[in-house]
Design a protein around this ligand. Structure first.
Ligand SMILES: O=C(O)COP(=O)(O)O
Ligand SMILES: [Mg+2]
Length: 227
């Protein structure tokens, strides 16, 4: 039988990247002559990649943004952010033991993120986590991205798993909508980047710490999904 798989979102789920995303966003906002953003605001901006993050930061200050300015700011963001990796970013508490636990139990692990693939791979590599994941798929890996369910199903395919034996773990509405559209159970963490509580988006389960991601919880979700 195909091995079961857990697909993790990256920003706000596996790794707390907010301080570095904020530094790099503020570098761009400064460059554009805007006010810098606060840590609490960042939660509203993250989830759909760098371009959307900059657009949302402008909209929050009622500022319009031309396409060429957005292109330039995105390039500045990617340079600044990519050059500082891993910066202050750290895996959340309990991530490493959860990865160990599921690896020992025969699970495949993969990452499905709306970060650009090269930034995701660089971050994961710099934290020493690269050998843990059978696939790392970013917003530009395919011609579609979350919340398109194919971003998730194609990540599963690349990692050698099957959608029938898969669980997604994420921190935002984007992740929950993606998994639901793919018919895959979804665990939401409540410590990531979202301005509304993840419970409102009706994931299968909500956890507040990776220690709550037990084999029993995940096996229960897989069994329920196959009924
Ligand atoms: O960087 C983003 O906007 C989103 O990244 P994530 O999909 O890993 O949460
Ligand atoms: Mg996220």
């Amino acid at each position: 039988m195909t091995k079961p798989i857990i697909v993790y979102d990256l920003d706000g789920t596996l790794v707390d990247t907010a301080p570095d995303l904020l530094d790099s966003l503020n570098h761009c906002l400064n460059q554009a002559g805007l006010e810098t953003a606060e840590p609490t605001e960042l939660r509203k901006f993250v989830g759909m990649g760098g371009r959307v993050m900059i657009e949302r930061a402008f909209a929050a200050q009622n500022k319009t943004l031309e396409q060429d300015q957005l292109d330039r700011l995105l390039a500045a963001f990617l340079d600044h952010y990519g050059g500082a990796i891993p910066g202050k970013s750290q895996p959340y508490a309990g991530v490493l033991s959860a990865l160990d636990r599921f690896e020992r139990a025969g699970y495949i692990a993969a990452v499905c993120t709306n970060k650009y693939e090269n930034l995701a791979t660089s971050l994961i590599g710099s934290l020493g986590l690269a050998p843990r994941f059978a696939a790392v798929c970013g917003q530009d890996t395919f011609s579609f991205r979350k919340p398109d369910p194919r971003h998730l199903t194609e990540t599963i395919a690349r990692a050698g798993g099957s959608p029938a034996r898969a669980v997604m773990i994420g921190d935002s509405r984007t992740d929950i909508d993606t998994a639901k559209a793919a018919g895959i159970p979804v665990v939401a963490v409540d410590f990531g980047y979202t301005d509304r509580h993840v419970r409102e988006f009706e994931p299968s389960v909500v956890i507040s710490h990776f220690d709550e991601l037990t084999l029993e919880v995940v096996e229960g979700l897989l069994q329920a999904a196959t009924i």
